[in-house]
Each structure stands twice: as C-alpha cells, then as structure tokens.
Write a protein that binds this ligand. Sequence first.
Ligand code: TXA
Ligand code: MG
Length: 320
Amino acid sequence: MKISVKQAISLLNQGVPVAIPTETVYGLATLVNNSGMIKKVFQIKGRPSDNPLIVHVATLLQLKTLVKSMPSALTKLKKFWPGPLTVVLNANCSSVSPRVRAGLKTVAVRIPEHQLTLRILKKVGPLAAPSANCSGRPSPTLPEHVENDFGSDFPVVDGGPCRKGVESTVIRLFENGDWMLLRQGPLSSRQISQALQRQPLPCVKEARQLSPGLRHKHYAPQAQLYRCQMKSHLKKIMMKQNASALVSYEDQKNQNSHLKFYSLGKRGSYKDNLRRLYKVLRQLDTDKIKCAVIDCDVPEHELRNTLLDRINRASGDING
Ligand code: TXA
Ligand code: MG
C-alpha cells in the first residue's frame, strides 16, 4: 500500500515499521530505540537476530549521536554521502538498542541518497533499516517487490525504481584510519582506498565475525541458478542442467530463441547490470522458472566483484 511521506512519519512515530526508498534498495524502517518495533522488523523479515541492522541518518550531526567517536579519517569519506557507503564504527551503546547492533559494540551507519527518505529522517531522526525483503530473497528495488514479500497492505513510500539496485558497500573503519571491506557494493574498493589513501586490511575470516550478515544465504530466487563462466559454454550447460531460462547480456539475445531470455543489459555495463539484477531474479520467480543459467563471463572492472558476489550468493555459493 503506497503511503505519503507524512503518513510514513506518523506511522513510524506510532511504532509501526514502514518501507522506505533509498538509492540502493528499499529498506524496512524502525526507530533505533523502540525494542518492540525493532523486534517486529526482524519478525516481518524472518531475519536471524544475530544479523545487525544499518542505521540511516540525514546528517553528520545525527550520526554523531550514534557513535562513540568520529575517526578523523571519516572526513575523507564524507564526499560519498549521501550515497551507497555504510561505515561500521564504535557505537554509543546507550543511543542504539542492542537489538539493532545484534549485541555488538559497533554500529553501521549511512546517509542514503533519496530525497523522500532524507525528509523522513530529518523529521523522525535516525532509522534502522534492513532491506525490505523476506530474509534470503533478492532485495527489493521497486515498491511492488516489497508488496510481493510483505503483502499488498504493507505500507511503502513509493520512491520509484532504485538507481543503484544493490545494497551499499559496507566497510569497518578503525580509529587509526585502517579499514576493511565487509560487503562489496556500488562503491568500489578502489574508490575507498583512493579516498582514505590506504589499502584495506585483508579480512576474509575476520569479516565473517565482524559482519554476521555475510554468513547467511542471500539474494536467492526460488529458481535453481547455475553459473556459467564462459559464454561459449552457455548452450552446453543449459542442456546439461535442462534449464528453461538464460540470464545474460544483449549480445546473447538472439542466439537462444527457444529459451526464455532475461537481459542484464550490455555486457560490462556494470551500473546497468547491477540495477537490473534483482528485478530479473524476482522475474524468474514470477515466471515460475525452475532452473536457469546465468552468464558470468564478464570483463575486468572495479565493479566486477560486486556483480559476481551477488550472483554467487543468489546461486547458493555463500563463500563465493
Ligand atoms: O543499501 C543498503 O545497505 C540497504 C539499504 C536499505 O540501506 N540495507 C541493507 O541492509 O542492505 P541489510 O540489513 O540487508 O544488510 C546489512 C548488512 C549486513 O551484512 C550486516 O551484517 C551488516 O550490514 N552490518 C550491520 N551492522 C553491522 C555491524 N555493527 N558490524 C558489522 N556489520 C554490520
Ligand atoms: Mg538484506
């Protein structure tokens, strides 16, 4: 059910979670200190309680209230806000419910780039918001996706299609300016290294402890999805798996006419590919596709890992 910004503000203040638009994906918003409301968000999503939430703010002033201190290196990251960067910092534990932090002493924060949500945040204050999808499903990039998961009566602020289409890049920033990449996203590791003038600390094992969300299966359609690493092998793999659909790029469009074809745009146009990915994965389910092959033969690029990360998770390869 589409609601206005005014209605969203009123519902949130009454303790009712609502879905809000961001530039990455739609979020399911709750006040950061209303434990009943936060509990509801975990229940609506079916989210494991050990997976902490990102807190969204409109300004650095709001951010300041949530953290123990602002590392000086944060100044170098300000230029990415509002935008798809989430930074994990030491929490001011008294201002953020332990339910939001999943008991950790840190808090993940970001300033989203969407005018409607910024208006809501300015009025209501910081809002914790996981992606507004049932846990494990592809994140919603349209209001209709939220309604598909939570029911047509669920309150959603309609902010149109999400411009980025995948979740924010998450980093841990330490007091001394060191940092780790916890989740790939629309902002590349290179852009962050450049801004901080520092390479990330290696973190595969630690990241799994620091960012519990990485342990869970994600972004998966109901369809079984098989990855194909070489486009010359597409036909062979489709025959072998008995797949009825192909998720690929414009250059393959007319080559497999007997199959259902889903396009991620032009091969190597990563921003467009990322923007389309979840919509396509959800479309597979709408079309009742049981088994599909997805083309992973994509060129070198700083966003290649982001695309492959989401595809790997969607095809059930959590460590991918
Ligand atoms: O783009 C996004 O980030 C979207 C929009 C709504 O802002 N939100 C989103 O939230 O993707 P969610 O809940 O689906 O993913 C949050 C990720 C999880 O991987 C979680 O483990 C990590 O952020 N995270 C949250 N708080 C953390 C913390 N204190 N330390 C480490 N990781 C944290
Ligand atoms: Mg999510």
